[in-house]
Write a protein that binds this ligand. Structure first.
Ligand SMILES: Cc1cc2nc3c(=O)[nH]c(=O)nc-3n(C[C@H](O)[C@H](O)[C@H](O)COP(=O)(O)OP(=O)(O)OC[C@H]3O[C@@H](n4cnc5c(N)ncnc54)[C@H](O)[C@@H]3O)c2cc1C
Ligand SMILES: *[C@@H]1O[C@H](CO)[C@@H](O)[C@H](O)[C@H]1NC(C)=O
Ligand SMILES: *[C@@H]1O[C@H](CO)[C@@H](O)[C@H](O)[C@H]1NC(C)=O
Ligand SMILES: *[C@@H]1O[C@H](CO)[C@@H](O)[C@H](O)[C@H]1NC(C)=O
Ligand SMILES: CC(=O)N[C@H]1CO[C@H](CO)[C@@H](O)[C@@H]1O
Length: 562
C-alpha cells in the first residue's frame, strides 16, 4: 500500500505531482535543490553546472489557455503568451491556492535513489538527500521523478572539426546564454534551429554586426499569431483537426500542413526549406522571418569545419571573422541520482511505458514526469501524467503485465522508425490530442464527445471544434472539477480580455442569420466533408489548411449563432 511519495523537483511537474498526491490521499514530500518553485521558469542571472538555465527574453510558445493547470485557469488579464516572470507568478498562485508549499523541502538535493532490499515485495525506495551539507536517508513507498530534462547541455563538438583546437573565438552553449549584452557589434554563428536557436539568433541580431544561423536540415517556422490574431495553438489544436488528420492519408495531411506553413512566407526562398521527410520539424518564432528579410540573420547549411577565425560550411562557402559560436544543439536527459539499472531505462524516453513508467520494475512505484515532446504544451501533459501516476500508485488504476508493456514499448519504437523518424526518434513530438486522450483513457477522464452532443450540444461544439484545452479532462471521471464546463465556454473571453486595453467603438453588429444558416447546414456540411476526405484522397486544397480554418469558422459560428 503506497502512502509516502517522494517528489524530486518543484518545477511544473513537481507542483502538479504534489497536488495530485493530495487529491488521491497520498502523503507527498517534495525535494527541491534551489530555493524556490518554478524550475525552468525561475530565471536566474547566473548558470551553475547541472542546473537548468534559460535566456532573459524567453516567453512561452504555447498560449495560456492551452498551457494551464486543468482546474486552475490563468487570470483573465494575463497575456496569452507569457514572459517567464508572469508564468512564475501563476505558479505561485497555484501553489498558494492549493497550499502546496508546506510539502516542499527547499535547498535539498536528492543524491541517490535505490531500491530497498525487499523491493520485489514492498516496492519501496531508499532516498538519500543533502541539505546544508548534511546527508539524510529515508524510505519512501513511491517516487515521482520531476527533475526536468534541460539541465545537461548536449555539445557535439566532435562533429565539428577544428572547434576544439583551431577556432580562436568564443564558443558557448545556448544553456549559458542569458542576453545580448556582451555581444554588441560581434559576428556570431548560431548552430542549430530549434526553438532556442531561433530565439537566440533573433535576440542577438538586434545588437550584433551579423548573425549566421546554421541548420542541418531546415525547419518550418510558425508564428504565435494565427488567423485573425488568435493564438496559433488555439486555432489548430482541436479534436476536429485531429479527426480530419486521422481520416486523411498521411501524405496528403503533411502536404496540407506544408501549404499552410508556406502561406506566411516561402521557406524555400528563405533557405529554411526542410527536406521532404515526413517528420515536420517546427519552431515557433514571430521575428525570425523578418530578421532574415532584413539581412540581420543569414541562414547557412551545416558547418563542415572551423579554422582559427572562420567557419566552412558544407556547401564550401566560408564566413570569415567569426567572433562567437553559439551551440543551440539541445540537451541530454540525465538522472544521475537513479540506480544504474533504472537510469539506463529512463535515459531514453521511448523505453518508458507511455513515456512515464519503466516497464520492467517488479512494482510500478517509480515514474518519470514531463519527459515528452508534444505538439502542444508539455506542462499540460505533465499534469495529466501526474494524475495517472498517483492513481496507479494508489492502486485505483492498474498497469498491464510487464510483457504487455514491453511489447507496447517496442511497437511504439517500430512505428516511429517506420514513419521515417529513424534518424532521431528521441526528438519526435507526439500529437498532443492523441497522447492526452491516451493517458486520459487510462484514468477514465476522456470526454465522450458523442454523448456530449446529445446531453449538452453547446459544450460539445466547443469541445469538438474548439481548442483542446486542459479543462476538457476535468469534465468527467475521477478528479472531475465543477468549474470545467464554464472554463471551456469562457475560454475565448480570457483570450480577448488582456487585449481590450482601449475602447474601440464602431465594430459592426454580428449577423445572427449566418449563425442560423450554419446551424441547419452543419450536419450536411460535415457529412460532405467526411465523404470528400474518405473517398478523394487525391483532392488538393488551394493553399489553405482546411482543418484549422474550419475549426475557426465553427468557433465564429458558435459565438454568433448560439
Ligand atoms: C526554453 C524553453 C522553453 C519552453 N517553453 C515551453 C512552453 O512554452 N510551453 C510548455 O508547455 N513547455 C515549454 N517548455 C518545456 C518545459 O520543459 C516545461 O514547460 C516545464 O517547465 C518542465 O517542468 P519540469 O517541472 O518537468 O522541469 P523543470 O522546470 O526543469 O524543474 C525541475 C526542478 O527539479 C529540481 N531538481 C533537479 N534535480 C534535482 C535533485 N537532484 N534534487 C532536488 N531537486 C532537483 C530543479 O532545481 C528544478 O527546480 C520549454 C522548455 C524550454 C527549455
Ligand atoms: C516550446 O519550446 C520548447 C523548448 O525549446 C520545446 O521543447 C517545445 O517542443 C516547444 N513547444 C512547441 C509547441 O513548439
Ligand atoms: C535515443 O537516446 C538514447 C539514450 O540517450 C540513445 O541510446 C539512442 O541511441 C537514441 N536513439 C536515437 C535513434 O537517436
Ligand atoms: C447593434 O445592435 C444594437 C442592439 O442589438 C443596436 O442598438 C445598435 O444600434 C446596433 N449597431 C449597429 C451599428 O447596427
Ligand atoms: C528558389 C525558389 O524556391 N524560388 C521560389 C521563390 O518563390 C517563388 C514564388 O513563390 C517561387 O515561384 C520560386 O520557385
Amino acid at each position: 500500500m503506497v502512502q509516502r511519495v517522494a517528489i524530486i523537483g518543484a518545477g511544473v511537474s513537481g507542483l502538479a505531482s504534489i497536488k495530485c498526491c493530495l487529491d488521491e490521499g497520498l502523503k507527498p514530500t517534495c525535494f527541491e535543490r534551489s530555493n524556490g518553485i518554478g524550475g525552468l521558469w525561475r530565471f536566474s542571472e547566473t548558470t551553475k553546472s547541472g542546473r537548468i538555465s534559460v535566456y532573459r527574453s524567453v516567453i512561452t510558445n504555447t498560449s495560456k489557455e492551452m498551457s494551464c493547470f486543468s482546474d486552475f485557469p490563468f487570470p483573465d488579464n494575463f497575456p496569452n503568451y507569457l514572459h517567464h516572470s508572469r508564468l512564475l507568478d501563476y505558479f505561485r498562485m497555484y501553489a498558494e491556492h492549493f497550499d502546496l508549499l508546506k510539502y516542499i523541502h527547499f535547498g535539498t538535493t536528492v543524491h541517490s535513489i535505490r531500491k530497498c532490499p525487499d523491493f520485489s515485495a514492498s516496492g519501496q525506495w531508499e532516498i538519500v538527500t543533502e541539505a546544508n551539507g548534511e546527508q539524510k536517508s529515508s524510505i519512501f513507498d513511491a517516487v515521482m521523478v520531476c527533475s526536468g530534462h534541460y539541465a545537461e547541455p548536449h555539445l557535439p563538438l566532435d562533429s565539428f572539426p577544428g572547434i576544439r583546437n583551431r577556432f580562436k573565438g568564443q564558443c558557448l552553449h545556448s544553456w549559458e546564454y542569458k542576453d545580448s549584452d556582451d555581444f554588441k557589434g560581434k559576428r556570431i554563428l548560431v548552430v542549430g534551429t530549434g526553438n532556442s536557436g531561433g530565439d537566440i539568433a533573433v535576440d542577438l541580431s538586434h545588437v550584433a554586426a551579423q548573425v549566421f544561423l546554421s541548420t542541418r536540415s531546415g525547419t518550418w517556422v510558425v508564428s504565435r499569431v494565427s488567423n485573425q490574431g488568435f493564438p496559433l495553438d488555439m486555432v489548430f489544436t482541436t479534436r476536429f483537426a485531429n479527426c480530419v488528420e486521422w481520416l486523411l492519408p498521411s501524405v496528403l495531411a503533411s502536404r496540407i500542413k506544408r501549404k499552410k506553413f508556406s502561406a506566411w512566407f516561402n521557406h524555400e526562398n528563405y533557405s529554411l526549406f526542410q527536406q521532404k521527410s515526413q517528420e515536420l520539424h517546427l519552431i515557433v518564432n514571430d521575428e525570425l522571418p523578418s530578421c532574415i528579410l532584413c539581412g540581420a540573420v543569414v541562414v547557412k547549411p551545416n558547418v563542415k569545419e572551423f579554422t582559427e577565425t572562420s567557419a566552412i560550411f558544407e556547401d564550401e562557402t566560408v564566413m570569415d571573422n567569426i567572433d562567437v559560436v553559439v551551440f543551440a544543439t539541445g540537451f541530454t536527459a540525465s538522472f544521475p541520482f537513479l540506480e544504474e539499472s533504472v537510469q539506463n531505462v529512463c535515459k531514453s524516453k521511448t523505453s518508458l511505458y507511455k513515456y512515464v513508467f519503466p516497464p520492467q520494475l517488479e512494482k510500478p512505484t517509480l515514474a518519470v514526469l514531463g519527459f515528452i515532446q508534444l505538439t502542444g504544451s508539455i506542462m499540460v501533459g505533465t499534469e495529466l501524467q501526474a494524475r495517472w501516476v498517483t492513481r496507479v500508485f494508489k492502486g485505483s488504476n492498474k498497469l498491464p503485465q510487464v510483457s504487455r508493456m514491453m511489447t507496447d514499448v517496442s511497437k511504439e519504437k517500430e512505428l516511429l522508425m517506420k514513419r521515417g523518424f529513424s534518424r532521431d526518434y528521441n526528438n519526435t513530438r507526439a500529437s498532443f490530442v492523441v497522447y492526452m486522450d491516451e493517458i486520459a483513457s487510462c484514468i477514465g477522464v476522456k470526454p465522450n464527445v458523442l454523448l456530449l452532443f446529445l446531453t449538452d450540444p453547446k459544450l460539445a461544439l466547443e469541445v469538438f471544434f474548439g481548442p483542446c484545452t486542459p479543462y476538457q479532462y476535468r469534465l468527467v471521471g475521477p478528479g472531475k472539477w465543477g468549474g470545467a464546463r464554464n472554463a471551456i465556454l469562457t475560454q475565448w473571453q480570457r483570450v480577448l480580455t488582456p487585449l481590450r486595453t482601449r475602447v474601440v467603438n464602431d465594430s459592426p453588429n454580428q449577423s445572427s442569420a449566418l449563425g442560423w444558416f450554419t446551424l441547419l447546414g452543419l450536419p450536411a456540411f460535415l457529412g460532405a466533408i467526411f465523404l470528400i476526405f474518405k473517398y478523394s484522397p487525391q483532392l488538393r486544397f488551394p493553399g489553405v489548411c482546411l482543418n484549422g480554418d474550419i475549426s475557426f469558422w465553427a468557433r465564429d459560428f458558435m459565438k454568433g449563432g448560439l
